[in-house]
Every structure is written in C-alpha cells, then in structure tokens.
Design a protein around this ligand. Structure first.
Ligand SMILES: O=C(O)C(=O)C[C@]1(C(=O)O)C=C[C@@H](O)C=C1
Length: 354
C-alpha cells in the first residue's frame, strides 16, 4: 500500500472517531430534550429546520441531499432514544409508500404495512400507529381520490409532506430477459413505462397485480416471470435489475402526506391544506378564494372532488404557502370561514425539506 493511501486512511479513522464522539454528544442532548420537552416528542417543524439549515451551511463536496439524508438518519436514531415512532403505510413491504415513509422518518422508526389507505387512517386515529404515510398525487397519474375523501371524513391532521422520485426497474430472478413469459406490475407502473415496454418488450404479456411489491414477490418465485417495481422491492425479494429507470417521464414524482393526531408548529417554510365547499352559483368560487389573494397568500393547488352530498356538487381541496398561525394566513382563513358553506383545515406542515 502506498504511503499516501495509508495516511489518508489514518486520517479517515481519526475523523470517524471524532464524528462518533460528536454523535454520542448529540444523542445525549436529544435524549435530555425528550425528558424536558412537554407533549409530543416528534417535531416535524424542528426536523425540517435542521435539514434546511444544514443544506445552507453545507460546504461540499457532498451534495445537499446526501447531507440531509445522513442527518435524517441521525435524527431518526436520536428520536428513537426518546421514543421510537410507529409509522403505518400502504403496504405490502417494498412499495413506494414504504420508501416514502423511510425517507421521512429514517430507518429507526418501526414501520407497519397496512392493506389499504383507509387502514392507515384507522391505525392513526385509533392510536395503533403514531403517524401514517399516504399517497396524495403523482405527477403523471394525478390525484389519489381515496386519500382526499378520507382526509375530509377523518379527524386526523396532515403534519408533513414527502416527495419521492419514482424510479421503475425491470426485475427478474434470472440474469436475462430471454426466458421471460410474462411481466407483472401494478397498473399505474405499467402505464408509467408504457413507451419503454412498447419499444423494448412489445410481445411480452403484461399482467396487472395489486402492487409492485406483489409483482416482485411473484417474479421471485418464478424464473419465467419478470416484474416492474422499485429498488426497495428488488432488494426485499433479491431480484436482478435487468433494466434500471425505465419510467417514460424521468421526473416522475409522487407526493405523500404524513398524517397524525397533532398539529405541526411553524417551521418558516410551511404549507396549509384545507377543504371547502361553496354555494352552487356563478362567481362563488372566485368569492371564496379572493381573501387568499387579498392577504397575499400564495395558492399552490386547487382540486375539486364530487361531494358525497348531492349530484354535481363539489368540494375543493386548496393548498397554499404559509402556516395557519402566520397572521396573513390566519386572516385569510377567518374570512374563508365566514364566506364558505363549509371549511375544514386539514393541517399546516413543513414543505418537504429533501
Ligand atoms: O429538538 C427536539 O425536539 C428533539 O427532540 C431533537 C430532534 C433532533 O434529533 O434534532 C429529534 C427529534 C425531533 O423530532 C426533532 C429534533
């Protein structure tokens, strides 16, 4: 081994020891915070502030996202010393919902796969899980209507958002695609890889199944099958990646909400989600949203859904920047409450930090 290599490795050993000693000190502080803190131990607003501050202070050469992921894990381990969090998500294990849950809570939380989105809501409401992670929209497929309906009907609060880049891979137990007789995947993933499949595997029968993780499980049991799924499912079922990132849109992203039983405090870069209904007459929608514009509140999303109350009646899901405790947001919401037939504040939460 060259002298230079030896010296560099010696430096790294010394630095690792310094990092370890600092980590221990950080963990002792976090544990003490857990003892003196009143109420909820998990503080999404504080975690978002820590991650944003570190990205700003990052001197390189590590990219901001790498630094943030490392510190996400550090906070996850520190919080687990205070109290491990139980996080329910739309299962089975290996789905993108699980990846989103791990991205947000780090790997020291315990993760509980649920069979359906309403089971995630029920687990949180009943206290069988501290938090839940549910998909709300995909950049190519649009909104997840079931999640929006459950947010309206359920008392849980939105306390975070996660954005996950969705990368789809062609997976198999075999080393090559030659012997494959069928391809399993969730319908949405087949749609997201439609052009790639038409170009590369036009004659392979496509079989839709309940989830990508289920597709990977089936492919793991049969060398004549392959699957389209994400990296988590590939690892879980020990499959070979025959082709990586085969989604047609390279920016394919899914947005998830974190739901809980408590509100998140202001972090300085927040969003608020509300749902409201208006009278069915001309200009009613404009009248409802006008207070947002007047108070300088930036609307980021407007989505209508059929109200379950009557034919051709709608409720509107509105997202805007700011926290409900910010004065201009509070003033706009107060006016909306006077004008609308119905308003429910679904929650204020830190905008996704990673
Ligand atoms: O600041 C706190 O309240 C902490 O508990 C510490 C800490 C952290 O490790 O930085 C851990 C968990 C919380 O969710 C937020 C931050």
């Amino acid at each position: 081994m060259s002298d230079e290599l030896l010296n560099l490795r010696k430096n790294i050993d010394r630095l690792d020891e310094e990092i370890l000693a600092r980590l221990a000190e950080r963990a002792r502080n976090a544990r003490r915070i857990g003892e003196v803190k009143q109420g909820n131990l998990y503080r999404p607003e504080r975690e978002a502030q820590v991650l944003r501050r570190l990205a700003e202070a990052n001197p390189g050469p590590l990219p901001d996202e790498a630094v943030q992921r490392i510190f996400r894990e550090i906070m996850s381990a520190c919080l687990a010393l205070e109290q491990p969090q139980r996080v329910a998500y739309l299962g089975p294990a290996g789905t993108f919902s699980e990846s989103a849950s791990r991205k947000h809570f780090g790997s020291a939380a315990s993760f509980l796969p649920m069979a359906a989105i309403d089971d995630v809501f029920r687990a949180v409401e009943a206290g069988n899980a501290d938090y839940g992670v549910v998909p709300v929209e995909n950049s190519t497929e649009g909104v997840v209507g079931g999640t929006l309906d459950l947010l309206l009907a359920n008392p849980v609060r939105i306390c975070g958002e996660v954005k996950l880049r969705i990368h789809q891979h062609l997976l198999s137990r075999s080393e090559g695609i030659g012997a494959a007789k069928r391809l399993y995947s969730h319908m949405q993933s087949l749609a997201q890889c439609h052009e790639w499949l038409n170009r590369n595997l036009p004659n392979l029968p496509r079989v839709p199944v309940a989830s990508n993780a289920e597709a990977a499980r089936l492919a793991s049991e049969d060398p004549e099958s392959c699957a389209i799924a994400g990296e988590a499912a590939a690892e879980l079922y020990g499959l070979n990646v025959l082709a990586a990132n085969i989604e047609d849109d390279p920016n394919n992203t899914t947005r998830f909400f974190v739901i809980g039983r408590h509100d998140a405090g202001p972090s300085g870069q927040d969003k608020t989600s509300i749902v409201l209904s208006s009278a069915n007459r001309p200009g009613a929608m404009y009248a409802l949203l006008e207070p947002l514009a007047r108070h300088g509140v930036d609307m980021t999303k407007l989505q209508s859904r059929p109200a379950r109350s009557g034919l051709w009646e709608y409720v509107f899901y509105v997202d805007f920047l700011g926290h409900q405790d910010d004065p201009e947001v509070a003033a706009a919401i107060a006016e909306l409450q006077e004008r609308a037939a119905f308003v429910k504040i679904l929650g204020s939460y830190p905008a996704a930090a990673i």
